[in-house]
Design a protein around this ligand. Structure first.
Ligand code: ZN
Length: 109
């Protein structure tokens, strides 16, 4: 799938009222992504009026704590085993780093 563009989070506009970052879409509407989506590791902002999407370039670590007040927090997993959860977290961080590295490599090509 293709992206219309890749936009750094610094270049997006924060809408405090709606709690979303937005960026102008060529169709006249705007791409939107919420802090919660960013905290969930999502980096795709969609335009509600057309099919275009953009990829947001941002530092996941700046947003990961935003998920704390999420009502959909998966408590079941956390209760199973603390040790296991730590391992999962480390794995996730490792995967994230690998992912970021490969993305940066992609961007240079
Ligand atoms: Zn649009």
């Amino acid at each position: 799938m293709g992206f219309y563009d890749e936009i750094e989070i610094e270049d997006m506009i924060w809408d405090d009222a709606k709690g979303v970052f937005h960026y102008p879409c060529p169709c006249g509407d705007r791409f939107e992504i919420s802090r919660k989506q960013l905290a969930n590791g999502e980096d795709i902002a969609v335009c509600p009026s057309c099919s275009l999407v953009i990829r947001i370039i941002y530092d996941y670590l700046d947003f990961e704590d935003e998920g704390d007040d999420d009502e959909e927090v998966k408590e079941e997993e956390a209760e199973e085993s603390d040790d296991n959860a730590d391992e999962k977290f480390e794995d996730a961080v490792e995967r994230l780093e690998v992912d970021l590295t490969s993305r940066m490599a992609e961007a240079r090509v």
